[in-house]
Design a protein around this ligand. Structure first.
Ligand SMILES: Nc1nc2c([nH]c(=O)n2[C@H]2C[C@H](O)[C@@H](COP(=O)(O)OP(=O)(O)OP(=O)(O)O)O2)c(=O)[nH]1
Length: 137
């Protein structure tokens, strides 16, 4: 007997010059206006790395290198599971192609942002990464 396979949503902790890129959602209504890590659903037959690189290309217009996963997964409604990977820019400048806005935040600013609930699991780890990343000179 096979159940419905769990679908994975991959999201990026994209860090550049000691700051993290957050994106403001436009949909669904209950999430519109709130900030998330860019990403999306893994398609059948696609690896998580490839899915995340594709989503970042589609949503931000950039090429990225995908690194290690952050600790832990978050169960989302509808049998989805959310997983976050570190990412770095290879080429391009992020643009809000599918979001209403983008914002680069440092550790202090991250704490003030209205993040979607699911992503709050990673706040301590993201703050730690930002505080130990090489900053802007
Ligand atoms: N991309 C992304 N989705 C998130 C985050 N946190 C969170 O709860 N979600 C939820 C919102 C959605 O219910 C689900 C999938 O997000 P999505 O709408 O970006 O995925 P997608 O582009 O592949 O979706 P779609 O075109 O099929 O609607 O994950 C996050 O940080 N990033």
């Amino acid at each position: 007997m096979s159940g419905t396979p769990t679908a994975v949503v991959v999201a990026a902790a994209l860090i550049e010059d000691g700051r993290l890129l957050l994106a403001q959602r436009t949909r669904p209504p209950e999430l519109a206006g709130r900030w998330e890590l860019p990403g999306g659903k893994v398609e059948p037959g696609e690896s998580e790395d490839a899915a995340l690189a594709r989503e970042l290309r589609e949503e931000l217009g950039v090429e990225c290198s995908i690194g290690a996963a952050l600790s832990g997964d978050v169960d989302l409604p509808g049998g989805l599971v959310l997983r976050t990977y570190r990412a770095t820019l290879v080429s391009g400048t992020p643009a809000a192609l599918e979001h209403s806005a983008l914002r680069w935040v440092d550790a202090a600013m991250l704490s003030t942002m209205d993040l979607v609930d699911a992503d709050r699991l990673w706040l301590p780890e993201l703050r730690e990464i930002l505080l130990t990343s090489p900053g802007r000179s």
